[in-house]
Write a protein that binds this ligand. Structure first.
Ligand code: GLU
Length: 618
């Protein structure tokens, strides 16, 4: 159970190494070398990163120091959490263009500091209204889905972007600053440039082949045909101009105006340098952009050990899957268990929840999502019958029966195992930010363009990449699949921006990138923080594993070093993750202490480390 912060925590050596080393600010400023433009490089700004900061008056945490600095300034100048979240997100569109930007979508959860009310904005991309249902992703020549690595880089994978509409909706409802003023610092950053770090260079390198195929993308991200050098200054004047115009004209520009027209033209005829892309152009048209709208809804809320966990409901599966795993774990006295038993229980709960997610969760505008059952205590009891706390049950597990449950274990059937591993194309490089303001309002916001580099297609002259979010749909069409593609539907997401409250007050707000591993990362963070009494910084730094109802548990090398021996008796099949860098989830979060004290935490190591800042340091 949650124990007071700062209680001594015994760190296993591998974990300690991961946690402790990077907590001090790291100065990484190098002389800038101009790249991608003819203007002389401005004086490089000293870029420091802080993994943890503590104080009062508000806080921002994100994966990028420039973005955090921009958000923090908004707070310092009297803006609120929503204002700062929009400014930070816009800056991430500049410095993290392969993870997020106005060509994509996301989910925002907001806790109102005055009323304690939580609301969410679903700014997920939608499938074009002209999407063919059964054959959308099938190659007519073979009848099979297009090869995934080809589908990714195509107009066909582009969904109607929701990020600009999310910002406008959030500001209309809760903002105190204009979109124009909030986009200005990001526009300047795009024009002046920022220092290329290793992560940025690695992400271009990993995408170089497909970026080189598309004229607008190659021109922006491969100046002179080269990957921008680490330490050089990267500028994106096209995006600066787009932000300026967006600030003046608002969403009209993006959804009805010249940007809308540019997007449609680009999807219809991607600016390929030679020949055609292997996958045909997309179905996105002006009407999709004109009719796009966000969904503003209540969060999915679970009572967990006396706290309220507010998560993101469908179209994301984040809230319900994290929530269901927690509902299952709440049936178990984790705080009195040894760490190895807790790890085992978390892996099995993850698998159970993923089995149900894959069977039942899709866009709720199209599918009846059984949230009530998934979070129900009796249903949790019944699901626990399918696993053992002594031994790992072979995966994949079958989904439960949400239509009929009474919390009792049925005798095991004789039937053949029919469960199969679900398709999983979700990539791992989205981005999460958390902001708190001096009025106690909190925003937890995950945004993405799906694959690292999205569709690989920059809208010419506009400086941003289009998403490939439609690859989050199942690629083959099955009648009972809640995540089959349909016109206007949102592909199922795993994004899980979360805010936990205690008696209406925030306790912790957090989230992570990582495709479907977002769910297991957020689950692990909450268990570490609530059940194991870890501080948020220790929980965020800790090594991770992920069990998503797959035969193998995939883990970071440090997790394997730490836990393989202890978990061996349970019989899990463990292997090192194939995710980039062997890393699972670069999370960010804010912990709320008594007396308005905040601890802002960013990932210390993964993806080069993030940056967390409070307004007034103690
Ligand atoms: N497309 C993924 C989702 O919606 C997120 C991608 C990522 O984490 O990079 O869950």
């Amino acid at each position: 159970m949650r124990i007071p912060r700062r209680a001594p925590l015994v760190l296993v050596p591998a974990l300690a190494a991961l946690c402790l080393a990077p907590l001090a600010p790291q100065a990484v400023a190098d002389p800038a070398v101009a790249s991608g433009g003819s203007a002389p490089a401005p004086e490089p700004r000293a870029v420091t990163r802080l993994a943890t900061d503590e104080g009062t008056g508000g806080a921002v945490t994100s994966v990028d120091p420039e973005a955090t600095r921009i958000g923090l300034k908004v707070l310092e100048q009297g803006g609120n959490a929503v204002d700062a979240a929009v400014a930070t997100a816009a800056a991430l569109g500049v410095t993290e263009p392969f993870s997020a930007g106005i060509g994509g979508g996301g989910y925002l959860v907001r806790l109102d500091g005055r009323t304690g009310k939580v609301l969410t904005i679903d700014g997920r991309e939608t499938a074009p209204l002209r999407s063919p249902k059964r054959t959308m992703f099938l190659d007519p020549a073979t009848g099979d889905p297009y090869p995934f690595d080809e589908l990714v880089t195509s107009g066909l994978s582009v969904g109607t972007p929701g990020t600009v509409a999310t910002w406008e909706e959030a500001l209309d409802r809760w903002g105190s600053r204009s979109l124009r003023s909030l986009l200005r610092p990001a526009a300047e950053l795009a024009r002046d440039g920022f220092e290329v770090d290793q992560t940025f260079a690695d992400q271009v390198e990993a995408n170089a082949e497909r970026f080189a195929q598309v004229r607008s993308t190659a021109a922006l991200f491969l100046p002179d045909g080269e990957v921008p050098a680490v330490g050089s200054t990267f500028r994106n004047p096209g995006l600066g101009k787009t932000y300026d115009k967006l600030g003046r004209q608002g969403g009209k520009l993006f959804y009805r105006g010249s940007v809308a027209r540019n997007i449609v033209r680009t999807v219809k005829a991607p600016p390929v340098l030679e020949g055609d892309l292997p996958v045909p152009p997309g179905h996105l048209r002006g009407k999709d952009l004109k009719t796009y709208d966000v969904r503003v809804r209540k969060p999915l809320t679970l009572d967990y050990r006396g706290f309220k966990v507010h998560g993101m409901g469908s179209s994301s599966s984040g809230g319900s899957t994290v929530g269901q795993a927690l509902a299952i774990l709440e049936r178990l006295p984790l705080s009195s268990w040894t760490d190895d038993r807790v790890q085992h229980a978390v892996l099995e709960a993850g698998a159970l929840a993923f089995a149900d997610r894959n069977a039942y969760v899709g866009d709720r505008d199209f599918v009846k999502v059984p949230d009530e059952a998934l979070l129900d205590k009796e249903y949790a009891d019944e699901r626990l019958c399918a696993v053992s706390m002594a031994q790992a049950t072979p995966k994949p597990l079958e989904p439960g029966d949400v239509s009929r449950y009474d919390g009792r274990c049925e005798p095991a059937g004789e039937g053949e195992r029919t469960a199969v591993e679900a398709e999983d194309h979700e990539n791992t490089e989205t981005t999460h930010l958390v902001v708190a303001d001096r009025w106690g309002t909190v925003v937890s916001y995950t945004l993405t363009i799906e694959q690292t580099g999205g569709s690989g297609i920059v809208v010419p002259g506009r400086g941003f990449l289009l998403n490939n979010e439609l690859t989050d749909f199942s690629l083959t069409w099955k009648r009972r699949d809640p995540n089959r593609v349909e016109p206007g539907k949102r592909p199922r997401s795993s994004m899980a921006p979360t805010i936990v409250t205690e008696k209406g007050k925030p306790l912790v707000a957090l989230g992570s990138p990582g495709g479907s591993t977002i769910i297991t990362t957020v689950l692990g963070l909450l268990v570490d923080f609530i059940d194991r009494g870890e501080t948020l910084e220790d929980a965020i730094a800790a090594p991770r594993a992920t069990q998503r109802n797959t035969v193998w548990v995939e883990a970071e090398p440090a997790w394997l070093e730490t836990w393989s021996g202890d978990l061996e008796p349970f019989g899990h099949l463990l292997r090192e993750t194939t995710l980039p860098g062997g890393e699972i989830g670069a999370a960010t979060g804010i912990e709320f202490l008594r007396g308005k004290q905040l601890v802002a935490v960013a990932e210390p190591v993964r993806r080069g480390g993030g940056d967390a800042r409070v307004v007034e340091r103690d």
